[in-house]
Design a binder for this molecule. Structure first.
Ligand code: 0WD
Length: 256
């Protein structure tokens, strides 16, 4: 259907096969794109490498990148530049908060917990966009993952909701900065999907159940649905779209 043959995309945030980043990688791979994967640290290397091997694409590249470190980010993109040269897009699928801050009342969040969530889940997009821009000399598309909890209160999402609000605003400011270079920046607001990160959100099952019962499409969101929406945002079909948040959530966000 859609061909991304001859293009290279960086996918950040594959932790395991349930990761949304992996759904995006599969859609991009099916469209013929070359992929560069980054992972947080040694702890994840083995699992990510095994997954990447299943693609059987010897053009794939795998690099460590802990987004809390500016040095790591700079080093990672220098390596990408050296090994692949030009990139055409980047999928940012990274978030983190202390588990203690994902239940009970938001107001109890500590200063450190607040800053940690913002550092990894929001600032990282800006930090990587700045480096990725240098490699997007033919224009490009940056896609991040956000959630409804940044727009309105979702029980237990707490600090992550506040960090997603910062991420959503970053998408708009980055889109404004990078548009003149032919680089688009958008977010996909995904419905809840059972992943490693989702495990940290208290009572996640009841959030899933609500979607099945109330969302217009009466079913939960899949990795594949998010992957294909990302494929659209990475392709020229979406060339007129930037600074946008597209909800891939069975329509749940339209409900009051
Ligand atoms: O319901 C869900 N699962 C939703 C998730 C609904 C809507 C949005 N999202 C968002 C998440 O907030 C996140 O931004 O999607 C994004 C991806 O999350 P995921 O797929 O649900 O979760 P997971 O599979 O745990 O991936 C999160 C990644 C991990 O991958 P790597 O391989 O990079 O470790 O974020 C990573 C985490 O390890 N991560 C980091 N990556 C680099 N540097 C760091 C870090 N310091 N900390 C966490």
């Amino acid at each position: 259907v859609l061909s991304l043959e001859g293009r290279t995309y960086v996918v950040m945030g594959v932790a395991n096969k349930r990761s949304i980043a992996w759904g995006i990688a599969r859609s991009l791979h099916a469209a013929g794109a070359r992929l560069v994967f980054t992972y947080a640290g040694e702890r994840f290397e083995k699992e990510v490498r095994a997954l990447v091997d299943t693609l059987e694409d010897e053009r794939s590249l795998l690099l460590p990148c802990d987004v809390t470190s500016d040095d790591d980010i700079v080093r990672c993109f220098a390596q990408i530049k050296e090994q692949v040269g030009v990139i055409h897009g980047l999928a940012h699928c990274i978030a983190y908060a202390n588990k203690d801050d994902l239940s009970g009342e938001y107001m109890n969040v500590s200063r450190d917990g607040f800053l940690l969530a913002h550092n990894i889940s929001a600032y990282s997009l800006t930090a990587v966009a700045r480096e990725a821009k240098e490699l997007m000399t033919e224009g490009g598309s940056i896609v991040t993952l956000t959630y409804l909890g940044g727009e309105r209160v979702v029980q237990n999402y707490n600090i992550m909701g506040v960090a997603k609000a910062a991420l959503d605003a970053s998408v708009k400011y980055l889109a404004n900065d990078l548009g003149k270079y032919g680089i688009r920046v958008n977010a996909i607001s995904a419905g809840p999907i059972r992943t490693l990160s989702a495990k940290g959100v208290s009572d996640f099952n009841s959030i899933l159940k609500q979607i099945e019962e109330r969302a217009p499409l009466r079913r939960t969101t899949t990795q594949e649905e998010v992957g294909d929406a990302a494929l659209f945002l990475f392709s020229d079909l979406s060339r007129g779209i930037t600074g946008e948040i597209i909800h891939v959530d069975s329509g749940y966000h339209i409900l009051g």
